[in-house]
Design a protein around this ligand. Structure first.
Ligand SMILES: [Zn+2]
Ligand SMILES: [Zn+2]
Length: 247
């Protein structure tokens, strides 16, 4: 199995330290984030092993438009002909994947964090350096449920990027936190609940403030963009991320 069921009918597809998720709802599918380019063939395999087909995908939502979450978005748009939703403040980033804002010079990090070299190397091998831009996205509403499979509630969580949004599935007791809260920081190799390092975060202070919105969901399980699922409640994850703070 290349997927694991990490919440009620929510499947994790992880590759090269990046996660995307398949949310199944009565035979229809929502894909949350589009990983790295090498994950495109894995999506078809993931669907197959869950008894689903590419034609069952009804929508894609991007938590944010960093290149490690938009890897197969353009391809999926062309091949599956499905709407792709993202926050309007990330549209520019989606079109130009390598022009993103971050606080600290990225090149500095692997020197301080040699553990990150293996992770960033795996991401590069999975196509992180050749992600095409994607246009024609639909703007996510800032709050309220989206009428796509799973009916996720959009939880704006800006900071990591200007338009970052988490998705809350209240009836499944799960929040898909994207990179607003991760359990593995690819830029340092450190595990545990935290915001992503300043190497890839636009505004760390704002990212820390946005943790309150995640905590407010009260979800039992947190499914991050990087790292393993957190099943001890979003409140404890947020508490630990605040302790780690900006880094
Ligand atoms: Zn990111
Ligand atoms: Zn990421």
């Amino acid at each position: 199995m290349i997927t694991s069921e990490v919440a009620d009918r929510v499947y994790r597809l992880g590759h090269a330290f990046v996660n995307c998720y398949v949310v199944e709802d009565d035979g229809r599918v929502l894909v949350v984030d589009t990983g790295l380019p090498a994950m495109w063939p894995l999506l078809a395999e993931a669907l197959r092993e869950r008894g689903l087909r590419p034609g069952d995908v009804a929508a894609i939502v991007l938590t944010h438009a960093h290149f490690d979450h938009t890897g197969f978005a353009a391809r999926a748009q062309a091949r599956l002909d499905v709407p792709i939703w993202a926050h309007v403040d990330d549209f520019g980033l989606a079109e130009h994947p390598y022009r993103y804002a971050h606080e600290n010079p990225r090149a500095f990090y692997p020197v301080r964090h040699p553990r990150a070299l293996r992770i960033l190397g795996a991401m590069a091998f999975a196509g992180a350096l050749r992600v095409p831009g994607v246009r024609g996205l639909r703007p996510l509403p800032s709050g309220g449920a989206l009428l796509v499979p799973g009916q996720p509630v959009v939880v704006p969580t800006p900071g990591h990027t200007a338009g970052h949004c988490a998705l809350h599935l209240p009836d499944r007791d799960v929040v898909l936190s994207g990179d607003a809260l991760v359990t593995l920081d690819p830029y340092t190799g450190v595990r545990g609940p935290q915001i992503v390092a300043g190497a890839a975060t636009a505004d760390s202070a704002q990212a820390l403030e946005s943790l309150a919105a995640l905590a407010a969901t009260g979800a039992g399980t947190v499914l991050p963009g990087h790292g393993d699922p957190w099943t001890r409640g979003v409140a404890t994850a947020v508490e630990q991320a605040r302790e780690v703070g900006a880094h």
